[in-house]
Design a protein around this ligand. Structure first.
Ligand code: AVI
Length: 326
């Protein structure tokens, strides 16, 4: 296996500075807000693995169904004219779904390099080990950092056709306007006939959706609260976790499933030399997990300059992987 690791953040102090600034900016807004991209430290990564294993969290299983049972459909779109290409995965995580596609593509004899991009170097290391044992001889280049910076880096090192994967309904963790900006930016970074394969969680029975994010064991609650713990650990924060409670809601009209942490009393919390006031019942808005209709997906592609090639769904029709051409 050929391996190269590019690290955007050689300077870890920079990461720390960004984190502190984002936390202070967010907690000084009204309503207070923390960015869910910060959920994923080592403990957050582990908690997200636990979420994916929960019976209520159907999202991963549905997309896995597509990657296991409709691999040929996915591959046909990606192979296109049969020319060599780079398969770039944004937010690759442990790549458990793409593994099926990678194996399939390798069997066809396709010439490609797999380039997973993830903000978590820890996750990329785990992924590297896994790929080494599952797919020897896979050509791989690990890219640690922000999606578009790394996508530009990928374009500098290779001029081959690109197929970009953005799976797991990660796009759902953006506000709708941000998701549209993201698609616009993605289109700008692609050449004509490059491909984007994006995973969308579909609108469905509101109870099914709410249960997936409001689990009885409180794993999702711990996942949210871990960000306060992370602030304590890394930014010298003084959050008392017993004084905050997770609250989740789902609006079937807009398709927004949102998580909050509610302050259980009037309190002042120090973060290093800074101090933040919370009123009783005041919330910190933590994350949106947006759900989409097929029309929403179509609009998003066309309004950002893509052509919608195909939408591949799981057997329950709860999740869709949309394949767009630039
Ligand atoms: C990573 N992302 C797509 C998950 C989701 O479904 O929005 C994150 C998550 N948050 C709570 N549970 C899962």
């Amino acid at each position: 296996m050929k391996l190269q690791l590019e690290t955007l953040y050689k300077n870890r102090e920079n990461v720390h500075e960004h984190f502190l600034q984002d936390v202070l900016d967010g907690l000084n807004q009204n309503p207070k807000h923390l960015q869910s991209k910060y959920f994923y430290d080592k403990k957050g990564d582990a908690l997200f693995q636990d979420i994916m294993a929960m019976p209520e969290y159907y999202v991963t299983r549905c997309e896995m169904d597509i990657f296991q049972n409709k691999t040929k459909d996915l591959a046909t779109e990606i192979l296109a004219d049969g020319s060599a290409f780079d398969l770039i995965e944004l937010g690759a995580g442990d790549a458990s779904k793409s593994l099926h596609l990678l194996k399939y593509l390798q069997k066809t004899g396709a010439k490609f390099t797999y380039m997973p991009i993830d903000i978590s170097g820890n996750i990329l290391e785990v992924l590297h080990q896994k790929l080494q044992s599952h797919i020897p001889n896979l050509d791989i280049r690990l890219l640690e950092g922000d999606y578009f910076e790394m996508l530009q880096k990928a374009s500098k090192v290779s001029s081959r056709r690109k197929a970009v994967l953005f799976l797991g309904s990660n796009i759902g963790n953006m506000e709708l306007s941000e998701a549209s900006d993201f698609c616009f930016e993605l289109r700008k970074n692609l050449n004509k006939n490059d491909i984007a394969l994006i995973g969308f969680d579909l609108k469905k029975d509101p109870h099914t959706i709410l249960n997936a994010y409001n689990d009885p064991k409180g794993i999702t609650a711990s996942f949210n609260l871990n960000l306060l713990e992370r602030i304590n650990r890394e930014l010298d924060g003084r959050f008392d976790l017993d004084k905050f409670e997770h609250f989740q809601n789902y609006d079937p009209l807009s398709g927004a499933c949102r998580s909050y942490l509610v302050s259980l009393e009037n309190q002042k919390v120090n973060i290093g030399i800074h101090s933040i006031d919370f009123k009783k019942d005041e919330v910190i808005y933590m994350e949106v997990s947006q759900k989409f209709s097929v029309e929403d997906i179509q609009n998003l592609s066309v309004s950002n300059g893509f052509k919608l090639n195909k939408t591949i769904m799981d057997s329950k029709k709860w999740f869709a992987d949309a394949i767009w051409t630039a």
